[in-house]
Design a protein around this ligand. Structure first.
Ligand SMILES: Cc1ncc(COP(=O)(O)O)c(C=O)c1O
Length: 395
């Protein structure tokens, strides 16, 4: 009998991390692989944030802190929600963890009983179903369609909701599609959610600041009557290029926040004191670079979408945010190309053309692949050229 627990057998390692590791291995073996698999900005952490961390070390902020966040960071998060989202929270309605991932993990471990249903619109971020499974819950996947910009429609939501739905996860802008919900779309979904007063909403807003074309970000906790049933998760990883610092946070009902702290107190304890000091500066300091970086992401998005749509057999929507596109490769699957699935497509693309992307099926929707364009224009130009010749030589 295996030493590994039964609950662990229910889950799989992150497929996006797997692709990134494979690309790294190929590169170490001397191959010229272009990695479009990783979900992290290529920009460096801004200097004012680094300086705040150095200052924290010098000052001796190197000890344990309050388990779910220092008072200074909780205050900065409280101010952020007030300033940017017009949401008022007390500091005991805020929790800080080691990245958004830990915050989600705490939230679901703290609230899910065996068999509880969690509604997840697909395509979804790869970790949601596995965290739910590990917590003993049942992911209920609702497939969203390309014609709806991969977004959940009120009709689909209505059909999927039941008295057993403990949570629903909304992620806007989305990983892997980049699609974002408008205020009107969120209002339409909320009309249905208001009828299910036992269901909680997890809003993953981690890509809030990476939006284009004057898109107006709106988050579901801004619907007054739903605020008390919404846990809004966010973090500094993507907006501030701080993936390695590992700071994420959430705001929501006190009861959940307290339960999350209990889990954290018996697992990792506080997130790194130095990273917390850096996150205070990220949230309170200048926000100027966010716009500049979004402008570069927009230029890359436009280039990638246009290039992909110029490849025979590929089509790609133009998303509102994040740094991903989710093109269809369905027309290139079948007898003619001898590629059966999107996984075959991405594996062959990596082997033959040395471009690393992730298959759509890893995100719960077959026939697509995800490209992360958080890399230089030079890399993107090379990669688009390679994808074009790969696709055109398939048949
Ligand atoms: C949709 C989404 N949510 C949450 C996270 C977690 O980010 P972190 O743990 O770095 O804060 C990610 C990271 O890839 C993500 O894409």
């Amino acid at each position: 009998m295996s030493i590994v627990s039964n609950s662990l057998k229910r889950i799989k390692p992150s497929p996006t991390i797997a692709v990134t590791s494979k690309a790294r291995e190929m590169r170490a073996a001397g191959k010229d692989v272009i990695g479009l698999g990783a979900g992290e900005p290529d920009f460096d952490t801004p200097d004012n944030i680094k300086e705040a961390a150095i200052e924290a070390i010098r000052k001796g902020d190197t000890k344990y802190t309050a388990v779910d966040g220092t008072p200074a960071l909780k205050k900065a998060i409280q101010d952020k929600f007030n300033r940017e989202n017009n949401l008022k929270y007390n500091t005991d309605e805020i929790s800080v963890g080691t990245g958004g991932k830990q915050v989600l993990y705490n939230a679901f471990m703290a609230t899910i009983n065996k068999g509880d249903e969690v509604l997840i619109p697909a395509p979804y971020w790869v970790s949601y179903p596995d965290i739910i499974l590990l917590a003993g819950g049942k992911p209920k996947i609702v497939k969203c369609e390309e014609k709806d910009n991969f977004k959940l429609t009120p009709k689909k939501l209505k059909k999927a909701m039941s008295k057993k739905t403990k949570w629903i996860i909304l992620n806007s802008p989305s990983n892997p599609t980049g699609s974002a919900y408008t205020k009107d779309e969120i209002i339409s979904l909320s009309k249905i959610l208001l009828k299910y007063n036992k269901t909680y909403i997890l809003s993953d807003d981690i890509y809030e600041h990476i939006i284009y074309d004057n898109f107006k970000f709106f988050t579901i906790a801004q619907i007054d009557k739903l605020k008390k049933r919404t846990l809004t998760m966010n973090g500094v990883s993507k907006s501030y290029s701080m993936t390695g610092w590992r700071i994420g946070y959430a705001a929501g009902p006190k009861e959940i926040i307290k339960a999350m702290a209990k889990i954290q107190s018996q697992s990792t304890s506080n997130p790194t004191s130095i990273s917390q000091a850096a996150a205070v500066e990220a949230l309170n300091g200048t926000q100027e670079f966010i716009k500049k970086r979004s402008d570069s992401f927009k230029e890359r998005r436009d280039f990638v979408v246009d290039s992909l749509n110029n490849i025979k057999g590929i089509n790609c929507l133009k998303p509102e945010g994040a740094f991903y596109v989710f093109p269809s490769c369905k027309k290139l699957l079948g007898k003619k190309t001898k590629l059966k699935t999107d996984k075959d497509f991405v594996e062959k693309l990596l082997e033959q053309s040395e471009v690393a992307v992730v298959q759509g099926s890893a995100f719960g929707l077959d026939g697509y692949f995800r490209i992360s364009y958080a890399t230089s224009m030079e890399n993107l130009k090379k990669a688009m050229g390679r994808i074009k010749s790969f696709c055109e030589n398939l048949s």
